[in-house]
Structure formats: C-alpha cells, structure tokens
Design a protein around this ligand. Sequence first.
Ligand code: F6P
Length: 319
Amino acid sequence: MKRIGVLTSGGDAPGMNAAVRAVVRKAIYHDVEVYGVYGGYSGLMNGNIEKLELGSVGDIIHRGGTMLLSARCEEFKTKEGQLKGIEQLKLAGIEGLVVIGGDGSYRGAKALTELGFPCVGVPGTIDNDIPGTQYTIGFDTALNTVIEAVDKIRDTAQSHERAFVIEVMGRNAGDLALWSGLAGGAETILIPEDNYDMNDICQRLIKSQERGKKHSIIIVAEGVASGVEFGKQIKERTDFDTRVSILGHIQRGGSPTAFDRVLASRLGARAVELLLKGKGGRAVGMKNNQVIDNDIADILGEAHTVDMNLLTLSKELSI
Ligand code: F6P
C-alpha cells in the first residue's frame, strides 16, 4: 500500500487528533502517503480529501476536537453512499482507510471493507462502548471533565445541604456515569445496564438524611432517563432541596489526558501497521495494556458490557 486515508466520524472525542497524528506520522515513517478526509463520511462522499504532511499534524497532540472535522451521516448508511465514498477514495489513489470513531463509524468501515475497500477501525468516543477494547480514545478525558464538575457541584451541594442530580453522557452505555460516580464518591449511580427502583433510591436518600447526611450526589447516565425527571421525583418524594445539572457537550471537549494521548498514539500506529500488512476489516483495541485487533464484524456483533463489580463497589462505599 502506497497511499492511505484517515477520517474521524461520529461524535468527536479528545484524543482523536493524537490518533490522526499517529496515523500520519507512522505512515510517513514507512514511506506511505496519507490523505486526510475532512468531515467524516459526508466529506468522503463529497471528495473532501487533502494530502497530509508531517507538519500538517504538528501542534495537535494536545488539542481536543478533531482537525479533520466530524459528522454523523445518514446517506453513508446506504450502499449508494458507500459506493460514492469508494469512488472518491479511488479517484484520490487511496488504497486503505483508517476510520477513527464509534460504532456508527465502524459500521461504515465494515461496509466499505465488504465492498472491497480495506478499512481499519480505531475506537474514538467518550462513551467507552466499543467491544474489543477496554478503553476508547476520549473516555479518560471525558471522565476527568465529569469529575472536575462533580467536585465543584459537591462544594455547593455541601454548602446548601442539597441533593444534586448530575446527568452525564454515554448514550446507551453506563461507563462514564459509573466511573465518574465511583471516582466522585456519588451516593447513587444509575446506569442503563442496571435496574433501579425509584422507591429504593428515595428510601436510601431519606435514611441517609436521618443518619445525618446533609447532601447527596446522584449520577444519572443519559441512557437511563432525563436528569430533570429524576430531580423532580426526588424533590417530590424526599425532603431534599434538589437541583439538576446536565453536563452536556462540555464532556466532549478539552485537551486530552496523557492516558488518551498514549492510547491514541498506540492505536493509530497499529491501524497503519495492519493496513500495510494488507489486513482490512479489523478494529484495534487495548486489552491488559496490550494493543490487539479483532474482526470488525465480530466487534459489531458483540454487546458492550460494563464492569458490574464497580457498581457493587460503589454501593458498598457509599453507604
Ligand atoms: O457518542 C458520543 C455522544 O457524546 C454521546 O455521549 C451523546 O449521547 C451523543 O454523542 C450526543 O450527540 P450529538 O453531539 O450529536 O448531540
């Protein structure tokens, strides 16, 4: 392979830039040209493709967002859209593509590979919901952003003796809520992978108040329910003066943590190695601190799981 492409797609995640840098530098190191596809699959269909040099990815390792821009693209879910994309890649003389993104992006990469164009997926999403890797690029940074917010909210919760419901992102996965709840010492963590009972939650809050606990932090994953709705119910059923904070897209921004930069560098580089060995249809990931790769179709067929031991532990520690 003498020329490869790279794109970022779906929700941006801190560390995507570090992954793009790794792809570009690793490929050039091996005398392979790299082309950046701007604007995800949508940009691909429109032929928004430019050559990247070593300097194109200078000064980006520490930046959030993605220099290649990102998009969610309905048209690319169709075979017609995918063929349009392949046509543009061929026009540019590109022989393989690194796709950095979440499961929607992986579906596009799988489709292109099945149509004869080799792609390798790199997991980039704050949701940490991609099977085949313990961590996705951006998760650690988002987690630290959430923790910073939780710590600040805890200050005001304590001062006003209030309960705070904090809604965090994660789509249908509870990782961000679970990890931030454990790291932030939340009294209650609600994730889509677990059942909950509103009565139990309120009873626990009431009991904790009786024991002298004056404030409480409740982390709700967006995949469970709206934080506003939760806040309303807690206000109605307990004596807690309750407030709701929806952290929103702040969780997607910011300079990537060292962990995410290292992860992105390792995964981006491995994706290039796979393409250069002629291996398309793979998805890279991290397991026990080793870079691994799996069949992208297998990854998409698997369900994401969270570590329920963490939830049990958080319940034990928040009594
Ligand atoms: O997948 C990343 C993510 O931030 C999810 O956590 C969230 O549900 C979604 O994207 C938000 O998407 P958008 O930026 O399109 O509103």
